[in-house]
Design a protein around this ligand. Structure first.
Ligand code: ATP
Length: 363
């Protein structure tokens, strides 16, 4: 599945790779759209780098095919593929100027000399390094070095740029700045980006779509919003942000929703598919920031879920405060912005928590 109105730039068809006895990547099928910012996200060792290296041609798959713009490139050498790669260690030439580092890519591809100056300058403008052509790369900050590496990789106008944790070496503040920069550069050039990261916030901030990987397999593919709001597996739910997961048994089925009544004015409501049956054991997920908290009389029952309980813990986290509430369905964590009037919300206080039906999903 590709994003709407888009042609496929990179198709992975059932690719797999074993190292020794380990399935590093297993039966991965993905269609990455032309001009898409696509991220491979997952914990260390989940197979994202191996997948990227197979697209680049540095690792050959044991099974499956890789198509770039419809052409089977599975057995084509890396330097003949229309892709380029950017690494965490930028591997710039320290004795060369910025200009020469960027022009190096053009030399390798035997682009006529007459075109170099214009193309290098154009790319330095895109990465916001205009005017620094004559500087040596050892005189640059980490962020500037990363921009040179990007310019060098993009100057050949690859059909796709493959990025392996390119911001990993930068400090947090610079990293956030460079995330926005990368997104801007990608939008300006319209180049397909395939981005490997273990940082969920980074993937959510930049990507058009994300593939969440676990143990060599793709668990879910979707837009940041789909992945965050509607995780389809317990792994994805757990890996992307924090989440409440309630173990319940379907009590009633009413118009596409399962309803579990847990007490007077207390119930959990969740959208379910046609296969759901009364008596099924289910796991209901709801994000902490979707849970409202107030005194029981201030949160009367309405269409969604509502539970009563006592505050077990209050954790101040600056931007927001985290409340842990013990309810009949288990402990529910809720995040509220710090400027709300929450003075009465102290440990031991009786409260109600509530959330709308569309904010609950089934794991
Ligand atoms: P990280 O973020 O730590 O780089 P990753 O998700 O990119 O992790 P991969 O580097 O793709 O994961 O590795 C997937 C699995 O394959 C791991 O178990 C890893 O140890 C193993 N692996 C990767 N490359 C090789 C290799 N050349 N030889 C043997 N095993 C390998």
């Amino acid at each position: 599945m590709v994003a709407k109105n888009s042609t496929v730039a990179i198709a992975l068809e059932g690719i797999g790779k074993r190292f020794g006895g380990v399935d590093a990547v297993h039966d991965v099928t993905l269609a990455i759209g032309d001009g898409e910012f696509f991220s491979l996200l997952g914990p260390s060792g989940c197979g994202k780098t191996t997948t990227l290296r197979m697209i680049a041609g540095f690792v050959s798959p044991d099974t499956g095919r890789i198509l770039l713009h419809g052409e089977d490139t599975t057995s084509i050498s890396p330097n003949r593929r229309p892709v380029n790669m950017v690494f965490q260690q930028y591997a710039l030439f320290p004795h060369m100027t910025i200009y020469d580092n960027v022009a190096f890519g053009l030399k390798m591809k035997r682009v006529p000399r007459g075109e170099h100056a214009e193309r290098v300058h154009e790319m330095l403008r895109v990465v916001a390094l205009e005017g620094l052509e004559r500087r040596h790369t050892r005189q640059l900050s980490g962020g500037q070095q990363q921009r040179v590496a990007l310019a060098r990789a993009l100057v050949n106008r690859p059909a796709a740029l493959l990025l392996d944790e390119p911001l990993g070496a930068l400090d947090v503040k610079l990293r956030k700045q460079m995330q926005l920069e990368l997104k801007r550069i990608q939008t300006e050039l319209g180049t397909t980006f395939v981005y490997v990261t273990h940082d969920q916030e980074e993937a959510l901030a930049m990507s058009d779509r994300i593939a969440v990987m676990n143990g060599g397999r793709v668990e879910q593919v979707g837009t940041p919003r789909e992945i965050y709001e509607h995780p389809q597996t317990p792994f994805v739910a757990d890996f992307i942000g924090s989440l409440n997961a309630l173990e319940l048994t379907v009590g009633e089925l009413v118009g596409g929703f399962a309803v579990m009544r847990l007490g007077e004015g207390e119930r959990v409501v969740v959208p379910v598919g046609p296969a759901a049956r009364v008596g099924d054991a289910i796991r209901v997920a709801v994000r902490p920031e979707r849970v409202r908290i107030d005194t029981p009389d201030a949160l009367p029952p309405n269409g969604g879920s509502r539970l009563e309980g006592a505050i077990a813990e209050v954790v101040y986290l600056g931007m927001y405060t985290q409340f842990h509430v013990e309810t009949r369905a288990g402990r529910i964590v809720c995040h509220r912005l710090a400027d709300e009037s929450l003075a009465a919300m102290i440990p031991g206080a009786r409260v109600a928590v509530a959330w709308d039906p569309e904010h609950a999903s089934l794991l």
